[in-house]
Unconditional design. Structure first.
Length: 122
């Protein structure tokens, strides 16, 4: 055995951009709490979180790739997408939900179920 193959790793960079990216990933569940109601099912919230994380990861990948859209690296993008989604889900179930932060933000800032109801006619 000459050398072992290089293992894929998460592309975190300990600079300003990397720290900003991680911070955004950690607060994205709170953004989902703002744009959903309390009666929204957890499946819909999970899909919204995946969509938001996908957009964030795609923008980061395009910025880091420069203007070279032809040679876009799909495998690292998909790996980063899965890792970012896992981090966001872990933050939701491990920190924001048990401490009540997401429920508080949803109650104070988020959409209310009545915002979607039709106005009552007399």
């Amino acid at each position: 055995m000459d050398t072992l193959p290089e293992l894929p790793v998460y592309a975190f960079q300990p600079n300003f951009g990397g720290l900003l990216s991680m911070l955004l990933t950690l607060v994205l569940p709170l953004a989902v709490a703002v744009i959903t109601t309390r009666v929204t099912s957890s499946n819909v919230k999970g899909i919204l979180l995946l969509i938001i994380v996908s957009i964030k990861t795609l923008v980061e990948a395009l910025i880091s790739n420069g203007n070279d859209y032809i040679n876009f690296a799909w495998v690292p993008f998909l790996m980063n997408l899965l890792i970012n989604f896992a981090f966001a889900a872990i933050m939701h179930f491990g920190l924001w939900r048990p401490t009540g932060a997401s429920a508080k933000i949803q109650a104070d800032v988020g959409l209310k179920a009545r915002d979607w109801e039709e106005p009552a006619t007399r």
